[in-house]
Design a protein around this ligand. Sequence first.
Ligand code: DQA
Length: 139
Amino acid sequence: MKLIIINGPNLNLLGKREPEIYGSQTFEDYFSSLQFKFKDIQLEYLQSNIEGELIDKIQEVGFDYDGIILNAAAYTHTSVGIGDAIKAVTTPVIEVHISNTFSREDFRHQSYISPVAKGVILGFGLQSYDLAIESFRKL
Ligand code: DQA
């Protein structure tokens, strides 16, 4: 099984960024632990702060990979383009968020990803990504 985690803007700062919300672990460290835990899965990872790069990657892998785990971060709440890219491809997408976006500001309650995602996992800290991988296993 071939899966990719795609992370959007500011998630490169995990570990430093608002640790009371996002925790103190870097994504690189966490990703190594995922690779160790899910040795039977081909797991890739891309982070970009640029909306078009996220869309390019969704298009590139979206007819070939078994699943995309997408945390579009702030673009979740604004990007018609990312929503359209998910609609355009055939690979299923699970939307993830580290925080519970529904317990935060109102603008975080809107998602352009949720209506076109296979499912949504949020609020479990970095463990949201583990749960998304497990979910792909069971699809
Ligand atoms: C986030 C939630 C978004 O509202 C925010 O803009 C992020 C991170 C999360 O994982 O909790 O950057 O996607």
